[in-house]
Ligand binder design. Sequence first.
Ligand code: FES
Length: 149
Amino acid sequence: MTRQDYIEFILDHYQNPHHKGKLDDPDILVNGGNPGCGDIVTIYVKLDENDRIVDAKFDGQGCTISMAASSLVMDKIIGRTIAEVDKMDYTELIEELGREVVQSRVRCATLALDTMIAGAREYPSHKATGKKYVSPIILAETFRGEQLG
Ligand code: FES
């Protein structure tokens, strides 16, 4: 794909986001904030009895790249288990968005995935207590994404 193709891919996700909105009674509700700009994304997840994601939505306000990446991340997490989400690769996301286009905006590109992984990591201990997981705002530090810049 050319640089222009990646830009159009990002704009299409931004203008026609997949899985945007809220879910009633989610099993996980996680908020992630980008400390660099204050943008926030909220992710709602419904799980089946095997902790596989059967539905997910995102909401929030942010730049074109963060919102497009949120849309793409929803596409990618539905159908995966929480354990699989925990191991998701930032490199794959960056390549799909176009490394050349997003390499100077890695924190924007990885905000939703960082947020979702943080939720996936916290969820098991909350499940053990029989509670749904609702996070405070997690400041996404792109703990793996930073290495991609
Ligand atoms: Fe805030 Fe991109 S400028 S997430």
